[in-house]
Design a protein around this ligand. Sequence first.
Ligand code: GLC
Length: 467
Amino acid sequence: MTKSSLIDRATEIAKGFEVSPELLNKCVDHFIFQANEGLRSNSNKRGLPMIPSFVTDIPTGKEKGLFLAVDLGGTNFRVCSVTLNGDNTFHMTHVKHPVPKDLFAGTSTQLFEFFAEKILIFVQQHHSDQFSSIKEGNEKLKLGFTFSFPVNQTALNKGTLLRWTKSFSIDDTVNQDVVKLLQDQLDKKLVPCIVSALVNDTVGTLMSRAYSTTPEDGYTLIGSIFGTGTNGCYMEDIENIKKLSKDSIPENTKGMVINTEWGSFDNDLKYLPNTKYDEAIDKLTPNPKFHMFEKRISGMFLGETLRQALVDLYKEKLIFQNVDDMGEKFFKPWTLDSSNLALIEVDDSTDQIITSLLFNQSIHLPTTVEERKAIKILVKAISKRAAYLSSIPLAGIVIKTNSLEKHDLIDIGADGSVIQYYPGFHENVQEALKLINRIGVSGEKRINIRIAKDGSGVGAALCASVA
Ligand code: GLC
């Protein structure tokens, strides 16, 4: 075996991750088709969920008051209090708690008890005056609950879990109203809060971005997340949301924010690229055959895609052939994460020594210079595919809402580790937007993806403020 056969093979695998402009354009059309179908009815369980959020107004920046916000993301539970100052600014205090591993697959009660406990401690520490004012008959603190999973939302403060995503799999939460689950536990502990808004993290991101922008930034069209998971929301005209019954819509409502759950775009893989590594990963997840778009894009899956490809090269006897003891870690799923890939992507050190250290530390494997070159080829291909595919729903929403015709500048609020920290990801998404026929180079110049800091905290507070 010559060394270059490893590079050749890595280059061949990398080719399998390329996304052509033709494919991008087909996917955008299919996204628009699936979005319209999802707005019409909920009958296609494998389609785009397009969940009405019951948020009907975008903030103006003038909102005021003190609110609580809690957020269950991929791995952490965050408790915050937010003071909205009414002038596009806010003040926030927050505490983050990792969710204990055993709660990911425990019972609903255990999980929601854990949340209530952390909220109780937070309110005692930061808003102790609240306890005494409640005794005096004052109102409870309004709390916005950011819950970043697909729910069937039937009111601003009501929503049943459709299915878990990311690493959670707690059977008895499915089909339950998660607001009630949290409120019951808060009431048990006499925490002076009322859960008044259930918010997807994308909706929070849209709200906080809209609160912070000034007219020069353009029209905030989309709230998006590119982190452990990926998803987005936007404001849809009420007459297009055909599946909403008339009596569930408040009077004079012009539009409603729709949580697309675009992680579930093209679950049937009509157009999405599908490598054998994607197939292997899908089988490892708690939600096989669902969220197929997310599994090609989000931070949770990028590292595992690389590991799967490397295991393949190992089985083909092209890599790690001189290692005496391969150990266990390399063969264990999920041992590489997207932060590892981010370092490899930009490793310009002599002989990629940083990659060498990283492999030593994370999976206890020595690597040769040649192997590190091959690894970099794969990493670049995996992340570029993720970024290119990410442009699909953004373009789909811009086109579907005729936003390029309506607004000079389109602002997209984005949160999540991948868009914030993965080198070149943001730029690659913008590059891909240029390749979409109905956007093109001139359209792309008018679309700006901007980081919306602390979307879930401030955004949830804003939703609670309108409740
Ligand atoms: C997953 C969830 C979705 C969330 C996204 C980003 O796709 O299903 O609700 O918005 O992750 O956190």
